[in-house]
Design a protein around this ligand. Sequence first.
Ligand SMILES: [Zn+2]
Length: 202
Amino acid sequence: MLSVKLESLDLRILRALMEDGRASFRKIAGKLGVSTPTISARVKELEVLGVLDGYRAVVRPEKLGGQTLFIRVRVEQGALRDVVGELSAMEEVRQLHLISRLNLLVRAVFMGVEEMQDFLKWVSGLVGIVEYEDYALLETHKDEFPALIKDGVSLAVDCFYCGKKITEKPIKLRLDDRYHYLCCTSCANLYREKYRKIRDAA
Ligand SMILES: [Zn+2]
């Protein structure tokens, strides 16, 4: 459920950072016509909300001689969790998505044909696999970041106290110059109390 509307400044900050993750707050502030502290406060908030999940370098696997493979894996009823665990643990698996109730889409990268064949052999031998189909990546015509930053997008936020997805309008508590999001008044009260205790102890 989507609940928190992102403000247009937030959207513009996200776009600026997606374009250049190394851009300084000062540079972004200049570009967007706001103060540097405003950018730094909004970025901190977006990090707390989990919208901004990190800053990484974009390294092209093909430049390192890697061959990318997409694999659709169909699992048996009840085997999903185990198969996900096995696949996630492999470093060659770079992305793993559930695309239907029993189908996973794997994006994996290999340094050589032998390594790729070994991997597929291992996949076919996994307990809980019904079948798989693999496709070697031949050409990439577009490769953008997964997030699409459009005006008016909302944000799914988990309650800072109970951790459940907030489905109604969230309660925003401003504590120490920062917003904290809670799902209901009882979580808000408990959170405020917990927050005060932690702060007093510090
Ligand atoms: Zn809650």
